[in-house]
Design a protein around this ligand. Structure first.
Ligand SMILES: [Zn+2]
Ligand SMILES: [Zn+2]
Length: 261
């Protein structure tokens, strides 16, 4: 740690990384807070119907008791952003968790390095700064679990409620109990799964800008357990063809598919 602290290049690099995390983390926070997570449009005569709001419930949507509405591809209701995390703000929430974790870890490393090596500086710190350090000491370790869970959900194309229910993927709670994983029909392979949430192109993954084209009412599923016919955009059609190729499925009726498109 001494060497890192005294090396000018390392200090500069760490300062840059910290400031980038602070900048992108703040934007992600504002976007996660201000973006509507995905309200279900009201339609009559469709099933299943939500027992709380009597609206129909598209696949992967859940009713949030705090917001009192059904949310598309709902993950959870987050008290930190006072908003549901769903289809349209999930990327922002994941980036917020990631940047808060990296930025918080850098802050803590430096905080405790100075705390244990230079008391003269520590004495000059005011209470607010010390308090911030100790609060982050509790928060940052818990962010590790949150970040791992988010990354796992993105890679396996699951949501938090699905992973708790035991859909194939990873859930921290499920690591502690015995359960039989159920088939994850939404898993299209990790590259497609990641692109569905974070967008296309490696660099765009880390920018708080949502480019995902998923409509939230129908989802591509792997053909062996297809629950919906999900193709209603050209882009989705392209994905579908690739998935069919990957799973060597030939039973799709392209004329039927064209009608739906
Ligand atoms: Zn509802
Ligand atoms: Zn909510």
């Amino acid at each position: 740690m001494d060497k890192i602290y005294e090396n000018k290049f390392c200090r500069l690099a760490i300062t840059y990384i910290f400031n980038i995390c602070l900048f992108l983390g703040t934007i992600s926070y504002v976007c996660a807070l201000r973006t509507a997570p995905g309200e279900v449009i009201y339609l009559e005569g469709l099933e299943p119907v939500c027992i709380h709001c009597n609206n129909w419930q598209p696949p992967r949507s859940y009713h949030c008791l705090l917001c009192n509405k059904c949310v598309l591809k709902m993950d959870h209701h987050c008290l930190w952003i006072s908003n549901c995390v769903g289809l349209y703000n999930y990327k922002y929430f994941c980036l917020l968790s990631l940047y808060a974790f990296i930025g918080g870890s850098i802050f803590l490393a430096e905080f405790y390095y100075v705390y244990f090596t230079d008391m003269s500086i520590v004495k000059s710190w005011d209470r607010l700064f010390k308090g911030l350090g100790f609060i982050l000491t509790i928060l940052v370790p818990s962010m590790i679990f949150n970040t791992i869970q988010n990354i796992s959900n993105i890679i396996s194309n699951t949501t938090l409620p699905e992973s708790i229910k035991g859909v194939e993927g990873f859930n921290l709670l499920n690591c502690l109990r015995r359960y039989k994983a159920t088939y994850n029909a939404y898993n299209l392979g990790w590259v497609h799964n990641v692109e569905k949430v974070l967008g296309k192109g490696f660099l765009i993954w880390f920018i708080p800008w949502n480019t995902s084209k998923v409509n939230g009412y129908e989802y591509l599923t792997t053909p062996s357990k297809r629950e919906t016919i999900p193709v209603n955009t050209k882009q989705e059609g392209k994905y579908m063809e690739e998935v069919m190729k990957k799973y060597k499925i030939e039973d799709i009726d392209y004329d039927e598919l064209a009608k739906i498109q």
